[in-house]
Design a protein around this ligand. Structure first.
Ligand code: HEC
Ligand code: HEC
Length: 203
C-alpha cells in the first residue's frame, strides 16, 4: 500500500540525479562569477532589491526565463543582453543548475505589511477573486519545479512588486495561459505591496 508513493519518490530522485549529472556545475559557477555576479552576487543572493535572488530557484524555471529573454518572450533591456552571453543550451543549463544548487536567504520586509500579505498568500481575496498564491507557489513558497511555478520565498519585495505590476499591465507576458496576469489584475496596490513583503521574509 505504501509502495506507490515510494516508487514516485524514487522516480523523482532518479530524475533529479539525471539533471544534476547532465549539468556542469563548475562551468555554471564560472559563468556566474564572470558575468552574473556583478548584479546577482556569486551565490545568487543579490543585495540590491531590483536584482532578483536566483539562489535556490529551480533550474527548470531559471532556464525558461533565460530562454524567454533570448527569444523575446520576456523583455528587459539589461537581461536580454546578459542572456545572449549564454550561447548554447548547455550554458543556460549549467548556470541555472549552479544557482539552483545555492541556498537562498530571506530578505528585509516591512513587518507592518506581513499580516495582510500572509492572508492573501494563503487565502487570496474571495471578494475580488484573487486566488491563493500557495495553490501554485506552495505553502512554504518553494514553488513547483516540474510545473515551472517559481519559488518565491525570500525574494526582494521591490523585485516582486515590479513583476506583479508588469504582469498586471501586460509588460511581462511570458506566463503561459496568462496565469499571472489573471492573478495580478485583480489585486489592489496595497495587496501587491503586502504580499511582496510577506514573501520577502519567507524562509
Ligand atoms: C547588470 C545587472 C545584471 C547582470 C550582470 C545579470 N542580471 Fe539577471 N537580472 C537583472 C535584472 C535587473 C533582472 C530583472 C529584470 C526583469 O524585471 O525582467 C534580472 C533577472 C534575471 C532572471 C529572472 C529571475 C526571475 O526570478 O524570474 C534570471 C534567470 C537572471 N537574471 C539570470 C542572470 C544570469 C544567468 C546572468 C549572468 C549570465 C545575469 N542574470 C546577469 C540584472 C542583471
Ligand atoms: C494558477 C497558478 C498561479 C497562481 C494561483 C499564482 N501564480 Fe504566480 N506564477 C505562476 C507561474 C506559472 C509563474 C511563472 C511565469 C513564467 O513562466 O514566467 C508565476 C510567477 C510569479 C512571479 C514572478 C517570479 C519571478 O521570480 O519573477 C511572482 C512574483 C508571482 N508569481 C507571485 C504570485 C502571487 C503573489 C500570487 C498570489 C496573489 C501568485 N503568484 C499566484 C503561477 C501562479
Amino acid at each position: 500500500m505504501n509502495f506507490i508513493p515510494l516508487l514516485a519518490i524514487l522516480g523523482l530522485m532518479t530524475g533529479l540525479n539525471a539533471t544534476a549529472t547532465a549539468a556542469d556545475l563548475a562551468a555554471g559557477e564560472a559563468t556566474a562569477a564572470g558575468i552574473c555576479a556583478g548584479c546577482h552576487m556569486p551565490d545568487g543572493n543579490s543585495v540590491i532589491p531590483q536584482f532578483p535572488n536566483l539562489a535556490g530557484q529551480s533550474a527548470q524555471y531559471l532556464s525558461k526565463q533565460l530562454n524567454d529573454y533570448k527569444n523575446g518572450a520576456r523583455k528587459d533591456d539589461t537581461m536580454t543582453g546578459m542572456a545572449f552571453t549564454l550561447a548554447t543550451d548547455a550554458d543556460i543549463a549549467n548556470v541555472s543548475a549552479f544557482f539552483a544548487s545555492k541556498k537562498h536567504r530571506p530578505t528585509t520586509a516591512d513587518a507592518s505589511k506581513v499580516a495582510l500579505g500572509k492572508a492573501i498568500y494563503r487565502g487570496g481575496n474571495s471578494t475580488s477573486n484573487v486566488p491563493a498564491c500557495m495553490g501554485c507557489h506552495s505553502p512554504n513558497g518553494s514553488g513547483n519545479p516540474a510545473a515551472k511555478f517559481p519559488s518565491l520565498a525570500g525574494q526582494h519585495a521591490d523585485y516582486t512588486i515590479k513583476q506583479l505590476k508588469d504582469f498586471r499591465d501586460s509588460a511581462r507576458t511570458n506566463d503561459s495561459n496568462n496565469m499571472m496576469h489573471n492573478v495580478a489584475n485583480k489585486m489592489k496596490v496595497e495587496e501587491i505591496n503586502a504580499v511582496a513583503h510577506y514573501i520577502a521574509q519567507m524562509k
